[in-house]
Design a binder for this molecule. Sequence first.
Ligand SMILES: [Zn+2]
Length: 430
Amino acid sequence: MIRFAAVPLLLALNFSMCKKHETVSQNGQLVGASPTPAANAAGASPGAASAAATPKITKPVVDQTAQVIIFCYHRLVDKIRYPGTEITPAAFEAEMKDLKDHGIKVISLQDLLAWKRGEKNIPPRCAVITFDDGWKSQYEVAWPILKKYGYPFTMFIYTEGVRGGALGGGEAITWEQLADMRDNGVDIQAHSATHQDLREGHNITLITGGKRTRTKLTGPQYQEWVRNEVVGSKQLLEERLGIKANCFAVPFGNYNENVKQLARNAGYEAMFTVYGQPITFTSPMDSLGRYAIEANKPKVFTDAEAMIGGSTGGGPGVAEVGAKDLATQPADGETIRTPLPLIKANLSGVGQIDPASVQMRVSGLGVVPASYDPKTGIVSYQVTQKLRDKSCTVIVSAKSEGKKVEAHWTFGIEEGAKAGASSPAPPAKR
Ligand SMILES: [Zn+2]
């Protein structure tokens, strides 16, 4: 416990020593200018930062309607021998291009988590790329392709499978390669020690000093083994690479509440399975499903794209329009003071609009009876029922020349915002 507590403290000291003169934190947010950096580090009190500087200290407003698909890849080989876990480099690259062609933005796993925490916004339709097990071809073949597209990605590593480990043969990735990836911004996360079913009483292979024994573990023996798989692997990755591992990909997706509890206590923020499904703002963090892409099931990829409205297989195309181009009111990211705003967008720049097709959706309300003026191109709706959440997402869609166009934007509502004299707001929460 002491060791874990000491790490953030050291980091904090280190941070204040080398960034003495900075007033901007790593994520670009203003943390306040003060002659005493030590006091400054803890001084994120919103009240202290007066209106003098840009007051962008509060959490950003995030789009809670966004959806994310997570892909899980294994080996990239020219000649497929194990179609369950292999894919050709050409097929892989075609899929990466497909995401781009369908307007699905590839974001990092850490950005996905930051969005789930309400700290960072993400585009409406996103994908996350992950690789399991730690194969050499992920370093040699996949990485150059991903660099070409500028896509971030995550490596889920089982520690005994790294070259030189009990299960790390010639095709395995090396610690040096992992360090190179780390230095270039690749996210490296945990995938157990020996990649087996983590549930108590299931068949496993025990590896001790080069000897392999097929067995079933229960009781304290199991506890010790599973602890090394879930916690030990995390510690080893963190120590070898000097990283923080906050994600755990469950081998084969085989786990249960005990394993989850162990992982949570170890400090994992998110756990991943291989049961693919779109991730939403409210998806539980301990079972985030990934789509495992296999050479013999190419449909899994296109189906996943279709799940979040990426237009594939002849489905209706949707063109995303930036909220800025629509001069929206409230603006994207703005924080307003009333829970009863007038919501407006100007569609005149979008092109020929079919007036009957204009639709406005408001989070918490659904489709609202917005009015559209074909002369000005303005769609507007006066909210009549108080918006209850801290943030509100608006989706405006319309048909333009046979194509569906859509804009998403999100604004914040100040806590305790007054609805007007006639309807007093509830007391401000502290
Ligand atoms: Zn695996």
